[in-house]
Design a protein around this ligand. Structure first.
Ligand code: ADP
Ligand code: 5GP
Length: 188
């Protein structure tokens, strides 16, 4: 049986960095669920790699056709959602599926798939460090950094609803703690 691993964290906490390292551990048999989004690509992001990129009109069509397990307007006008076809594709390959979704989306996936799911919330060590990481990544304008900091204050309130919370202070330690949670889950 495929296990569904949900990872949420405020943007800038290092979630993508942690996920990239987890994906390299072949013993975890992880495949990444590529989400649909209506936000434009950032940096070198490509359609079908980091996300399936759609126009707002195309995204509305996905909703209308009920092709999403869940979707959230994470930022004003920017929608993100999990495609049913993506979950089915990876499950049919017998892979464990890793989701990078916001806290609200995570709770909805948890409801939809219940006993197959483990949810992990990654925390930045402090808000000051979160801001430093967002600014040092250099992919967001100052306005977008502020938008993400506001969203972080909101998202952190959901942490207690997750099965596990892990602080991403020392990267290596964080990756090993998350890997252990996944290993314990998939061995059940
Ligand atoms: P997210 O996917 O959560 O938005 P990223 O993985 O893009 O965040 O990380 C944001 C920035 O923080 C990147 O520049 C990354 O290199 C850095 N970073 C990630 N984890 C750590 C860590 N444990 N300590 C210091 N910097 C980190
Ligand atoms: P970013 O723009 O930084 O790639 O992602 C912004 C936020 O959207 C992150 O918190 C990320 O976890 C979330 N996200 C990405 N894909 C999905 C999805 O399919 N569903 C939901 N609900 N959130 C998502």
């Amino acid at each position: 049986m495929s296990h569904l691993i949900l990872i949420s964290a405020p943007s800038g906490s290092g979630k993508s960095t942690v996920i990239k390292q987890l994906m390299q551990d072949e013993s975890l048999r992880l495949s990444f669920s590529i989400s649909a989004t209506s936000r434009p690509p950032r940096g070198n992001e490509q359609h079908g790699v980091e996300y399936y990129f759609y126009t707002p009109e195309q995204f509305k069509q996905l909703i209308a056709e009920d092709r999403l397990v869940e979707y959230v307007e994470v930022y004003p006008g920017k929608y993100y959602g999990t495609l049913r076809s993506e979950v089915d594709r990876l499950a049919s390959m017998g892979r464990n599926i890793l989701f990078d979704v916001d806290a609200v989306g995570a709770m909805r996936i948890q409801e939809a798939y219940r006993d197959k799911v483990v949810s992990i919330f990654l925390m930045p060590p402090t808000f000051a460090e979160l801001r430093r990481r967002l600014e040092s990544r250099g992919t967001e304008s100052p306005e977008l950094v502020e938008e993400r900091m506001r969203r972080a204050s909101y998202e952190i309130n959901f942490a207690e609803q997750f099965d596990h919370t892990v602080v991403n202070d020392d990267l290596k330690l964080c990756v090993s703690q998350v890997a252990k949670i996944i290993r314990d889950t998939i061995s059940q």
